[in-house]
Write a protein that binds this ligand. Structure first.
Ligand code: ZN
Length: 363
């Protein structure tokens, strides 16, 4: 199996592999799935395979076709991504270079960029020309950022695609796209990357300590891009904050409310979600330490906050009788509610109040 640079995503890889083997490339693909799971990375590997001249496994990553795709210097590869109208050619090159270095971590320097009608007009102009090397691969990253005009222009292209052209749209929010665009593409769904794969890759490629890698893999929620960002952030500080939140649940209402207010002012939605994941990990570790001696010995190595054993132990001694299962489901439910756009302070007030009851209820 080639595409071995791509983490997990067995099914998408198999589907593309088969199309390539039988030389039955579709004119439009739509890669869907959460952010940071490798949609753009696999689109690039797919383009390499299309232009690869090796006799063996494709992409070989050494032939001129593969290398020119990898550097975004192939004349028949077009990579379109959201940008502001003011972006210069240099700006664009910088983004492509970042992808070339790490296909999971495209630079995103702009606040709310879009894909404009002009970008799609230019694509339509180029698509009337013959490709230099037989095929043309067009990747449209974050296709859901197209304006309505851009979408309609793309639709015209999809309705009568030049035979040698293969479009790959990627999107984490395909429901925003015109249904007529979706129906003209073959959808390939990407799953989340497993914690284990993220953990192992961080250790192998980013020289991150096993303990750190494990913690990051548990909070990155299946996104390798997020995992790499977290590796650059102050994780210790975040964990401290999460423990502060656990303690905060046990305080009086006034301090609870002020802690919640402070948290929301300092952290955005995604970060609050990650703080809740860290809380979940904290309680999970506490559960291990609260289990009976035999079990504890077996499980101890599974504790993630290994450097916090003493604090964890104190917590467990004080609250050994708490209902861990209820705690997990309350926190998990709150994480889900954040995804459903329920107000953050409401979620946290309900969560803290419930946790207080669960934690201080002694059997
Ligand atoms: Zn090659």
């Amino acid at each position: 199996m080639s595409f071995d640079k791509i983490l997990d995503q067995k099914r998408p890889k198999e589907i593309l592999q088969k199309t390539l083997e039988h030389n039955r490339l579709a004119s439009g693909y739509l890669f869907t799935g959460a952010e940071g799971v490798g949609k753009e990375a696999l689109a690039i590997e797919f383009a390499k395979a299309v232009f690869c001249t090796s006799e063996g496994t494709k992409p070989c990553n050494t032939c001129s076709g593969c290398r020119r795709v990898g550097n975004f210097n192939h004349p028949d590869l077009i990579f379109i991504f959201p940008k502001p109208k003011t972006a210069s050619v240099n700006n664009e090159r910088e983004i492509l270079d970042s992808l070339s270095k790490n296909p999971y971590l495209r630079k995103r320097p702009w606040a709310s960029p879009g894909i404009s009608i002009n970008q799609i007009r230019e694509l339509r102009r180029v698509s009337t020309l013959k490709p230099m090397e037989g095929h043309r691969v067009v990747i449209i990253a974050e296709a859901d950022k197209m304006t309505v005009e851009a979408e309609n222009a793309l639709l015209k292209l999809l309705e009568e695609p030049p035979p040698s052209m293969h479009l790959v749209l990627t999107s984490a929010r395909p429901n925003v796209l015109l249904p007529t665009i979706i129906s003209r593409c073959q959808e390939i769904r990407f799953g989340l990357i497993s914690d284990q794969e993220i953990e192992e890759t961080l250790i192998r490629e980013k020289q991150i300590s096993p303990e750190q890698a494990r913690l990051i893999s548990k909070i990155s929620q299946g996104s390798y891009r997020r995992a790499m960002e977290l590796a650059e952030e102050d994780l210790a500080g975040r964990r401290e904050k999460a423990v502060e939140l656990v303690r905060g649940c046990l305080r009086d209402n006034l301090s609870k409310f002020s802690l919640i207010e402070k948290t929301i002012a300092a952290y955005d939605k995604r970060s609050v979600k990650e703080l809740l994941s860290l809380m979940l990990i904290w309680f999970r570790d506490a559960l291990i330490l609260a289990s009976d001696e035999n079990e504890k010995e077996l499980l101890q190595e599974k504790v993630i906050n290994l450097d916090q054993l003493e604090t964890l132990q104190k917590f467990v001694t004080a609250f050994r009788q708490m209902n861990f299962e209820e705690t997990f489901s309350e926190i998990e439910r709150s994480i889900e509610l954040i995804d459903r756009n329920v107000q953050l302070n409401l979620i946290l007030i309900v969560l803290f109040t419930r946790l207080q009851k669960i934690i201080s209820h002694k059997g």
